[in-house]
Design a binder for this molecule. Structure first.
Ligand code: GLY
Length: 369
């Protein structure tokens, strides 16, 4: 098992990574559970898969569960679900000093974290992420949010969890496509800041995807440690360091918007293809060599993720995709910062990117085979 501290003045916490953590949840979360009945907010699928183990773990620590099930899917990150959840938490008598457990992927973590940030001006929560994407990204770092008609994650708060239990056993119940989509975020840490990790994934990526216990634990722990370092340095994304975590997201978000935020392109798949586009666009600007950009594309392709925009069968233009970027929440005084690459393992924030140039590049990519 790996234990990774997230060091934040007054709000530090630990992320446990490894096998069998759900079974130990009662013991590991002991200091945060003040009452006999523990409020648990769970994705309905995650509860079906892991609820019994969690109930037994809490029971053996002397607690029973009050369960709130969240319907699976991005649609649950809504005002309606937030209102229902906060009403339920109030009915349960949750107080500021209490902790709510969030069991599931990014949707449940983001929704519960945001509900906890506003309940009685803030109560605690413990994340038990059950997807690879949530384990390596959304459960760590305190970004919480819901979606609105104007876009994804536009209403939210920074609210750090008190503890994260990333049980790698939970990954065994994920559909393979969802596991691969989560792997895109693992690969991202190598591409943006750690060449050695990128090379290690080149040798061990298939073992991660086939859930070899020791390898997957190392991949998740290395990813979490990278995120913890970045969050400790720039918790509120003000210095530019945390923005590096958005590598692949600006291109990816435009593709997700064009495909209607649907099953045609999962978020992680959009990030994977977005990373390839960021690498190729960096090469077009002469920042990174073509061969290194193609190494990023090969790593994405080897993981069974989309590495070419032409595979999506889009009928739009580069301009249409660039137009989606105009609504990006990172837009700052009329310019959109892009995360580009100087080499594999060295991402940087570019504030001089013209969207016309991006549109032209995307037209080339849409036509390439
Ligand atoms: N998911 C990006 C971040 O936490 O900053």
């Amino acid at each position: 098992m790996a234990l990774i501290p997230v060091e934040l003045a007054g709000r530090s916490y630990e992320v446990h990574v490894g096998s069998g953590l759900v079974e130990r949840a009662g013991e590991l979360a002991k200091s945060f559970l003040r009452k006999a009945v523990v409020p648990v907010v769970a994705d309905a699928n995650a509860w079906a898969a892991h609820g019994e183990r969690l109930t037994t773990a809490l029971d053996s620590a002397g607690h029973s569960v009050a369960l709130y099930e969240v319907p699976p899917g991005e649609g649950s990150k809504s005002w309606t679900e937030l209102a229902k959840l906060t009403d339920w938490m109030l009915a349960q008598g949750v107080e500021r000093g209490d902790h709510v457990l969030a069991l599931g992927g990014g949707v449940v973590g983001d929704l519960t974290g945001f509900a906890c940030s506003i309940l009685k001006r803030g109560c605690g929560f413990v994340q038990i992420p059950t997807t690879l994407l949530a384990q390596v990204d959304s459960s760590v770092g305190g970004k919480t949010a819901i979606n609105t008609a104007a876009g994804k994650n536009l209403i939210g708060a920074f609210h750090q969890p008190s503890l994260v239990l990333a049980d790698t056993d939970c990954l065994a119940t994920l559909p393979p496509r969802e596991l691969r989509a989560g792997y895109a975020e693992v690969l991202k840490y190598g591409v943006l800041g750690d060449r050695k990790f990128f090379d290690w994934l080149g040798d061990n990526g298939q073992a991660v995807l086939s859930l070899d216990e020791a390898t997957v634990e190392q991949a998740v722990a290395t990813s979490v440690a990278a995120k913890a370092r970045i969050v400790a340095e720039d918790e509120r994304e003000t210095s530019g360091t945390r923005a590096l975590l958005n590598l692949g997201h600006t291109f990816g978000h435009a593709l997700e918007a064009e495909t209607g935020f649907s099953d045609r392109l999962l978020h992680g798949e959009g990030v994977a293809l977005g990373m390839v586009l960021a690498a190729r666009y960096s090469a077009r600007r002469g920042e990174i060599s073509d061969s290194n950009a193609e190494k990023v594309a090969a790593a994405v392709n080897d993981a069974g993720l989309p590495a070419a925009i032409s595979t999506l069968g889009l009928t739009c233009s580069g301009r249409d995709l660039a137009d989606h970027m105009l609504h990006d929440k990172k837009m700052d005084a009329g310019t959109l910062p892009f995360i580009l690459l100087r080499s594999i393992g060295a991402a940087f924030l570019a504030k001089d990117v013209a969207l016309e140039d991006v549109a032209e590049f995307l037209d080339e990519q849409l036509q390439a085979h």
